[in-house]
Write a protein that binds this ligand. Structure first.
Ligand SMILES: Nc1nc2c(c(=O)[nH]1)N=C([C@H](O)[C@@H](O)CO)CN2
Length: 119
């Protein structure tokens, strides 16, 4: 078993969708993230500098999602996974992007990806 830091159900309003009518409205995206991270150093030192700061990750995800209009939720997932790997020193990430208002008859629809930092 190995350590991780999790973010669950981070809701971010976004301009998201492939249809014309979706380009002028905001719809919520709900994001779950699991980031590989050794939590032992932070547990020992009590120092946020040794931790993967989930607040900083949430802020970065929100800023990135709201910086542009998106088409597919797959594009959002790929971009956010790359951001986490490249900006936060994370070596592996599992990320789910859900669009709960997309399909009336479904509670939610989502994509799930796993990415690793290339050496
Ligand atoms: N795999 C996907 N399928 C669909 C997406 C998507 O982002 N990924 N998007 C749409 C539309 O934007 C839809 O959400 C409008 O209700 C359709 N299929």
């Amino acid at each position: 078993m190995s350590d991780s830091v999790l973010i669950e159900a981070l809701e971010i309003p976004a301009v998201i969708g492939i249809y014309e009518w979706e380009k002028s409205i905001q719809q919520p995206l709900v994001i779950d993230v699991e980031m590989a991270w050794d939590n032992h150093a932070a547990a020992t030192s009590g120092d946020i500098a040794d931790a993967l700061d989930y607040a900083a990750v949430c802020q970065a995800l929100e800023t990135a999602v709201q910086a542009q209009a998106w088409g597919l939720i797959e594009e959002v997932a790929e971009a956010l996974a790359a951001l986490i790997l490249n900006q936060f020193g994370v070596v592996a990430v599992r990320l789910r992007v859900a669009k709960p208002t997309a399909i009336k008859a479904a509670r939610t629809v989502a994509v799930l990806i796993e990415r690793k930092r290339s050496a």
